[in-house]
Design a protein around this ligand. Structure first.
Ligand code: HEC
Length: 103
């Protein structure tokens, strides 16, 4: 009895340990997006401020990860550059986050 109780705790901790890091990363990309990007792009990516194409629409979703990464890193037109303001890892997470906005 005692062993199975301990085993359950061990298994539960293992599942938590495996499940939490990706959740934490997704959360922080969502927070970064909300804080730095949503004003122009909208919380769901549908806004098109200053001529930006909606991030959740087919044009942007059809771009490669490398293109999205470059637009965020170096800026594009009125889109501010985030080089030096966000880490490469944060920008990569944002690209992944933009993929989750797809309609
Ligand atoms: C001041 C308003 C503004 C902010 C803040 C902003 N963007 Fe943009 N973004 C734009 C505009 C305008 C464009 C369109 C650029 C163009 O095509 O001339 C754009 C383009 C983009 C593109 C490329 C899409 C395309 O049409 O080529 C991506 C990806 C993007 N933004 C992501 C982000 C992310 C991620 C953030 C937050 C870190 C962010 N933007 C913050 C205004 C903004």
């Amino acid at each position: 009895m005692r062993t199975s109780w301990l085993q359950r705790i061990a298994l539960f901790s293992l599942i938590l340990a495996l499940a939490l890091p990706p959740l934490a990363a997704a959360q922080s990309a969502a927070d970064t997006y909300k804080a730095k990007c949503a004003a122009c792009h909208g919380a769901d990516g549908s806004k098109s401020m200053m001529g930006a194409k909606p991030l959740n629409g087919p044009d942007v979703q059809g771009m490669s990860d490398a293109d999205l990464n470059a637009a965020i890193t170096d800026g594009k037109g009125k889109m501010p550059a985030y080089k030096g303001k966000l880490t490469d890892a944060q920008i990569k997470d944002l690209v992944a986050y933009i993929r989750t906005l797809k309609k």
